[in-house]
Design a protein around this ligand. Structure first.
Ligand code: ADP
Length: 482
């Protein structure tokens, strides 16, 4: 009895309600917290848990058996006070002695209130986002209509006007309208992307035709500036792919327009490789190089942020919204890839990105003969071109010293050095690995230099790599000469 008295005293300090009742629900004990919460005053006797917790009644209003309710599982239910006001309560019922049940309960109204507030706030944000996206869509549409009106009329006039001064002014209006349309598109894309409303349209198309189109649309502007323009597609890139053609063009347009905008002497180059293959999926790797104004190291981190132009004077001199690279990054990521930039002030910039596309079944079959003998989901990096084991190709290419083998080594070495030039060390290492595969049976000096090459690539030691590369080429040419 003494221990019971002590226990009850302790129970009065408990932060949660403690109620003991009999099988018929009649309350025999309620701690201080329960008496206060439920408005029982000093004595809880005479009250019943069924009138506190309606969840203890079944659908017809009859009391459920206390034994069935005593599951030991906490449940969020409603609790009624004597004055019929209610609160949210987290309660657990368990059997203490035969015919005595204990209910522990915590008033969670505040927690529930906050949960609802957060959920309402979330809904409000979503609603606000929806309104914002719709607003931007409407405004941009409304803007596009007059701009296209001006553009159409300007082009009509350009076809009849001969006075050179007027042609110059009309051409300026035409260019301004085109710029305005580009800005409108960027704002619309940006708004859709940030509201998560942007979807990619996957269609089959001819990749080389698309690159021709991109090349043609940039050639005249690049040549007008007196710059060289090189475009190369590695032969392993499939002809036909499935992907969002328009958006791939948009990414390339953004990078090539920037390269053109920020370069006044030298060259612009676009190179495309196939870098990996998993089943039907192919990873394409694009490099856009320019010899333009470059970007300070400290500014590289700002580059892909929205509305970011690395320098305020740039927006004055070159125009632009600072949305292009942010949209480009989001598009690249939606296509499963990554985008990076390496740049040096006054030397030029290299933007590289990867995307995953699909190859249609027919194309896939053609390639499979050569590439996928090793297994279904094998990652075939062009860098580490896996040569099917035990195949004739393997015999031919892997056996060191024949023409096929040497020319393959030279090909991979030149790709390796290209990656090193681009500071793409990860890919360079893959090429180093693949060269190692091909020099297994080579004389010791070639094997050792290849190993050094790999280690120096891992250490990202540019000078050493170039030295190893030169050394290897020398050894190979000595070997060829006999
Ligand atoms: P915008 O649409 O204003 O050109 P971008 O997001 O495409 O915006 O580019 C943001 C900024 O990044 C540019 O204003 C410029 O400062 C810098 N930048 C992008 N590409 C290059 C490049 N090839 N060479 C130098 N700076 C570049």
């Amino acid at each position: 009895m003494k221990t019971d008295a002590i226990n009850m005293e302790i129970a009065d300090y408990a932060l949660e309600m403690i109620i003991a009742c009999r099988d018929d629900g009649s309350i025999i004990y309620a701690n201080k917290k329960a008496r206060m919460e439920l408005g029982y005053g000093e004595d809880a006797k005479g009250h019943n848990v069924y009138s506190v917790f309606p969840a203890f009644l079944d659908e017809s209003g009859s009391p459920k058996k206390m034994r069935d309710l005593a599951t030991g599982e906490p449940k969020d239910i409603i609790a009624y006070r004597v004055n019929k006001t209610l609160f949210h309560c987290r309660a657990v019922v368990f059997e203490s002695d035969p015919d005595i049940y204990v209910i522990l309960g915590l008033n969670v109204s505040e927690e529930e209130f906050l949960r609802r507030e957060i959920s309402n706030a979330g809904e409000e944000v979503q609603e606000a986002d929806k309104v914002k996206t719709e607003f931007v869509a409407n405004v941009t549409h409304e803007l596009r209509t007059p701009v296209n009106g001006i553009l159409g009329s300007t082009r009509d006039l350009l076809s009849v006007v001969t006075d050179s001064e007027q042609v110059k002014k009309l051409t300026l209006i035409e260019k301004s309208c085109e710029n305005m349309n580009n800005i409108i598109s960027s704002i619309l894309d940006f708004s859709k992307l940030s509201a998560g409303k942007f979807t990619l349209e996957q269609r089959e198309f001819n990749f080389r035709d698309m690159i021709d189109y991109v090349k043609e649309s940039h050639s005249s502007r690049i040549n007008e500036k007196g710059l060289d323009f090189f475009v190369s597609i590695s032969p392993e890139v499939p002809d036909v792919i499935i992907g969002d053609e328009l958006r791939i063009v948009q990414i390339l347009n953004n990078l090539l327009s920037n390269a053109t905008k920020f370069t006044s002497v030298g060259k612009i180059a676009l190179e495309i490789f196939k870098t990996a293959r998993v089943g039907k999926k192919v990873e394409l790797f694009f490099i856009v190089v320019d010899s333009g104004i470059g970007i300070e190291k400290a500014d590289l981190s700002k580059l892909f942020k929205s509305f970011s132009q690395v320098d305020a004077s740039i927006s004055r001199n070159f125009g632009g919204t600072g949305l292009g690279l942010n949209i480009t990054k989001q598009l690249v990521e939606m296509m499963g890839g990554v985008i990076e930039c390496e740049s040096e002030k006054n030397k030029g910039s290299t933007f590289s990105f990867s995307i995953w596309v699909e190859v249609p079944s027919e194309e896939e079959d053609e390639e499979e003969e050569f590439e996928d003998e090793g297994g279904e989901l094998e990652l075939i990096a062009e860098a580490a071109e896996v040569i099917p084991e035990g195949s004739e190709e393997e015999e031919g290419i892997k056996a060191f010293g024949n023409d096929e083998n040497i020319s393959e080594i030279e090909k991979r070495l030149s790709k390796l050095i290209l990656c090193v030039e681009m500071q793409n060390w990860e890919r360079a290492e893959m090429f180093a690995d693949s060269v190692k595969q091909l020099v297994d049976n080579a004389p010791k000096d070639i094997r050792t230099t290849t190993l050094h090459l790999k280690m120096d690539v891992q250490k990202e030691n540019y000078d050493k790599v170039v030295e190893d590369y030169g050394q290897l080429l020398k050894y190979l040419s000595n070997y060829k000469e006999g």
